[in-house]
Design a protein around this ligand. Sequence first.
Ligand code: GLU
Length: 307
Amino acid sequence: MESPASTSPRGAGRYAPSPSGDLHLGNLRTAVVAWVLARASGRAFRMRVDDLDTARARPGVADRQLADLAAIGIDWDGEIMWESARSDAYAAAADRLADGGLVYECYCSRREIAEAARAPHSPPGAYPGTCRDLPDAERALRREALGPGRVPALRLRADVRELTVHDAVHGSYTGVVDDVVLRRGDGVWAYNLAVVVDDAGQDVDQVVRGEDLLPSTPRQAYLAALLGLPRPEYVHVPLAVNAAGERLAKRDGAVTLSDLAKEGTTTRSVVAQLVASLGGPPGADSVEALRGVVTADSLRSGPWIVA
Ligand code: GLU
């Protein structure tokens, strides 16, 4: 049988922005790294819009993000995947886990979770398992007590507490695996499930993204294994920071292409700045100049300080 035109024999890399605001220099730089590592290794490059939470997605933002990515020279293969259209795939994955007895309903509010997580012996940020072993009668009561528009959250019944993954930049990384949310109490499918299902669905075998997501990676690798999906190669890129060492953000002034353009900075000079920050040849103003220059080793030089 012929393989679908969109699959690549060499796998794929990807970029998956959340359409919550315009991409800043740090986001653009991470996208460039994802693109160049995929292209330099002969992989396809996929685009995916992480718009699961449609209530938070702002109109027009995704289109602007895609236009900004194209403007700095990033191209991608095949159709863009929109996560808001993928509920069936997430439901199928959750069903598969449920068939294995690996899903339970959780009725906890955010506050209950925060309070319980302060108990001794729970790893920071981990769900303490409040609803894991509730008797059926108690479940029925708590289900009834949910407010309007709420459904029980669905959680994974994890049988490990931590997992070690390999990251090309950070080496061996051990992090918490807990009873991660698969579907939230407002019915929105959870990022950690979606990312695993969609990376496999887009043939992605190289995940390049900001270092802030390294702590979520063991949970995702664990979910992938339970779903029988291959574990991709992970490359977590050090973040862009301001002169005070804080993560780059809107408060740092003009950090998006459109704000920089208003100040007279052209897209071309932004590309040159990104290329220089990644060790590219001086004066080069095309992301093509980074092929073979950006490697896991070159990324180990630490955060990018945007002065
Ligand atoms: N959408 C996520 C973000 O913008 C990235 C998801 C991922 O790369 O796994 O932070």
